[in-house]
Design a protein around this ligand. Sequence first.
Ligand SMILES: O=c1nc[nH]c2c1ncn2[C@H]1C[C@H](O)[C@@H](COP(=O)(O)OP(=O)(O)OP(=O)(O)O)O1
Ligand SMILES: [Mg+2]
Length: 200
Amino acid sequence: MKTIYVATTNKGKIKEFEQILSGLSIKIESLQDHVANMEDVEETGETFEENAVLKAETYATRHNLPVIADDSGLEINALNGEPGVYSARYAGEEKSDDANIEKVLAKLDEKKADDRSAAFVCVMAYAEPGEEALTTKGKCHGTITNERQGSEGFGYDPIFKPTGYSQTLSELGPSVKNEISHRRMALNDMVNVLTEKVSG
Ligand SMILES: O=c1nc[nH]c2c1ncn2[C@H]1C[C@H](O)[C@@H](COP(=O)(O)OP(=O)(O)OP(=O)(O)O)O1
Ligand SMILES: [Mg+2]
């Protein structure tokens, strides 16, 4: 199968794409490594689907390559689904993981929320130049801890304990995370969709 270019500015995501897809028939390469200057796509959508499609279609057409893009984030029930599509920019445009985590913990403290349930959501979008994108979606349920635990991964991993585990995604590390994550689930479905597309 031809190479698909992973269009993301997030190094943590690229690493997970590589680990999850290694050993599969789908060959990927980072778009950022392949093109001279990959400019960010402004995420103007109101849903993960809209933003994933926007990123995939814009990058595919701009660079004339088949691309896969991921729009993802954390939905916290006690915060009515926040930070949601604003997960990356929750504490400001500089997209700081540390500041975002602080803001989530402060908001949950402020609310004295007993319910700390949450879910990570990931929408994958695959697009070829000038074509409409195909999408798949994955979810990972869990709870928000009271403080940061662990150092691996990225984003909100240090405060997210997946259902059925007593440690955060940061403590569990990539071998466990990449078996159960929202990104893994969305990629599993995307591999099936792309395999059918090629054979059908
Ligand atoms: O597995 C995850 N573990 C921890 N945190 C995560 C995960 N997955 C998404 N997240 C958080 C990070 C970021 O705050 C936001 C994604 O925002 P999102 O716009 O999709 O990605 P991004 O701006 O970092 O890179 P890009 O848009 O170039 O792919 O959700
Ligand atoms: Mg983004």
